[in-house]
Design a binder for this molecule. Structure first.
Ligand code: GCV
Length: 606
């Protein structure tokens, strides 16, 4: 098994309590240290200086020393020359991983085996693997781990009750790595304790949450807070009581405030029982409609966690307008490392090129955190596909410094993990950086999304969600495809600031890759390069398949060690099959509807 950690040092000895001890150990291993200077006011930040004899002095808070140590060691192992003195501080305060792990051991949208934390309704884990995970997270700069699914099912509610000692023991394991735990909570939980309501303005409910917080923080004093999915896909929430989401979030924030905890409140709220005949409702508009008017009414320890796009982690979505519009509220952008719609950790899909586009558009001030749905599980290599680990590592790097260069980040991961000779490293890095575009080419075209197999979300089914309840329609007919989301259409684009609206509203100037997200267009629409829309769809799909074949050939020439080599080969075979299915099914779907031939005469099935 290859992990980027393997070369950082041997395992961390048991019994370490403080991040600084871990840092000292790492530095001793590398033999680089002259001195560690702890300065609590520096927090996660650090500074590296070099003495005349070449040894290093590291300055930082406890966690700063840890991050500085990892930076120094990775730079040394990667042959990077850090410009000295070197100072660094994270852009985002909470750099979170959200696990969607259930207590029966399953992982919702998990593609790397079973849960690392739970089994058979109990908290159950290997302490050794927890320490490895702690080091994986810390070495990537990540500092919050929410261990249970946002869909909180029995018995996960009891993590704050009879399982609290287990939670405390787990928190002890992660503390040396500067990783604080977080727990997803069930908004209706007071009702299981003799209170007839979960109304956030009810005094008994508020008192119950305060008592709960007091008990929880007595056991886990550094818990990062509670994560909440409310009024979303059947989860309970304040709407039942005629209250809004500020009422709900502020109630939890009040309970957490004395302990420095955050109420992290997800904004994934939409009508998931939509009638496909209803043309008035447009799902991407939902989050804005539920939250934008509440801007300024959230407590200062509430963080609204917003998915990066207005739908749900599709290959291409514009940045959610909520992330741009709520200037008086603390926000976190939510990403998904788990490849739910992007190939299930079977198909290669390196996310950093996509994230760079998103981070590049985020406003500077009120986005104080980032969260990513975990791609981890109890598979030996933690991420199912060994190359999916690049997403965990580079997410951490970007969460620390969104200015990081994608090629540099992927190279750092590749060098630490495999240490290939330069030419082969270059092949691997450029291949990984291409994977997102390749996947995008052979799947749903030009921002339309959703043409996946319903529920499972792997493989093509162009009309699978067309007459369903989820509000995800493309309305392809014999002439045209897509939804008009401009002012003249559903009005979704009106939720954006002027400069962004202008970028997308005219199909003549809208970037090609977003065309079918924002517009309904005839197949004969002329793209900027003169091709018709239908020809562009055919071309992309054939290219995507060809490029997958080329990637398979390139990968097979790389010297991966076992067992990675076999896993990579096996998954690539499955990706080749998937890419061909997508290519042929999407092309056939549009050909049958439009009757328009491929200009290049390639095989499209009747
Ligand atoms: C955890 C999508 C996924 C669900 C997930 C949900 C969410 O609908 O398919 O599995 O539930 O998003 O983000 O809450």
């Amino acid at each position: 098994m290859s992990l980027w950690l393997n070369k950082l040092s041997a395992s961390v000895p048991a019994g370490l309590k403080q991040p600084a001890d871990t840092a000292r150990f790492e530095l001793d291993q590398a033999g680089l240290i002259a001195d560690l200077k702890e300065n609590p006011s520096m927090g996660d930040a650090y500074r590296i200086e070099q003495t005349a004899d070449g040894a290093f002095t590291l300055f930082g808070g406890q966690t700063g020393l840890l991050y500085g140590a990892y930076r120094l060691i990775t730079a040394t192992l990667c042959g990077e020359q850090l410009p000295l003195p070197y100072a660094s501080a994270p852009k985002y305060a909470l750099r979170m991983i959200n696990c969607w792990d259930n207590m029966d051991g399953s992982v919702e949208r998990g593609y790397a085996g079973q849960s690392l934390f739970f089994e058979d309704g109990r908290v159950m884990y290997s302490p050794e693997r927890m320490r490895t995970l702690g080091r994986l997270l810390a070495s990537a700069g990540l500092n919050v781990l929410c261990i249970n699914n946002v869909n909180v099912h029995e018995p996960a509610q009891r993590l704050l009750e009879d399982y609290l000692p287990d939670l405390a023991a787990l928190a002890d394991l992660f503390r040396p790595f500067g990783v604080r735990l977080m727990v997803s909570v069930d908004f209706s939980r007071p009702m299981c304790h003799g209170i007839p309501t979960a109304d956030p303005l009810d005094q008994a409910v508020r008192a119950w949450w305060k008592e709960t917080a007091a008990r929880v923080y007595a056991a886990v004093p550094d818990l990062a807070g509670f994560l909440v999915k409310a009024d979303s896909e059947g989860r309970p929430g304040p709407f039942t009581y005629g209250r809004n989401h500020a009422d709900g979030a502020n109630m939890l924030a009040e309970a957490l405030k004395p302990y420095g905890g955050y109420a992290v409140w997800r904004c994934f709220v939409y009508n998931c029982r939509q009638d496909w005949r209803d043309t008035k409702t447009d799902r991407p508009k939902a989050a804005w409609e539920h939250y934008a008017y509440l801007d300024g009414s959230f407590a200062d320890n509430v963080i609204l966690q917003v998915k990066h796009g207005p739908f749900d982690f599709q290959v291409r979505e514009p940045l959610s307008p909520l992330l741009l519009g709520m200037k008086k509220t603390k926000l976190a952008m939510e990403l998904q490392l788990a490849q739910e719609y992007t190939g299930h950790q079977i198909d290669l899909y390196t996310m950093i090129p996509m994230w760079k586009e998103l981070f590049g558009e985020l406003p500077a001030d009120n986005i104080m955190s980032v969260a990513a749905v975990s791609n981890l599980g109890n598979d030996e290599n933690y991420t199912g596909h060994p190359l999916a680990a690049v997403n965990l590592f580079t997410y951490g790097l970007l969460a620390w410094d969104p200015a990081v260069d994608p090629a540099e980040a992927v190279t750092r991961w590749a060098r630490l993990t495999y240490a290939f000779p330069p030419k082969q490293e270059q092949t691997l890095v450029s291949l990984l950086l291409k994977t997102r575009r390749v996947y995008e080419k052979y799947t749903a075209p030009l921002g339309i999304g959703w043409m996946v197999t319903p529920h499972d979300h792997y493989g093509p089914n162009p009309s699978g969600y067309e007459y369903d309840l989820w509000g995800t329609y493309h309305k392809a007919n014999r002439d045209a495809v897509g939804i008009d989301r401009t002012h003249a259409g559903t009005g979704y684009l009106d939720q954006y600031p002027e400069e962004i609206r202008i970028r997308y509203e005219n199909p003549e100037t809208c970037p090609d890759l977003y065309l079918l997200f924002f517009h309904r267009l005839p197949y004969t629409f002329r793209m900027k390069d003169g091709r018709t829309l239908i020809q562009r769809i055919y071309d992309d799909h054939f290219e995507g398949l060809e490029e997958t074949r080329a990637m398979a050939a390139a990968l097979s020439g790389l010297p991966f060690p076992e067992p990675d080599a076999s896993v990579i080969r096996g998954r690539m075979d499955r990706q080749l099959y998937n890419a061909r299915e997508w290519c042929d099914i999407i092309n056939t779907f549009f050909f049958r509807l439009s009757g328009i031939q491929d200009e290049k005469g390639r095989t499209i099935y009747e």
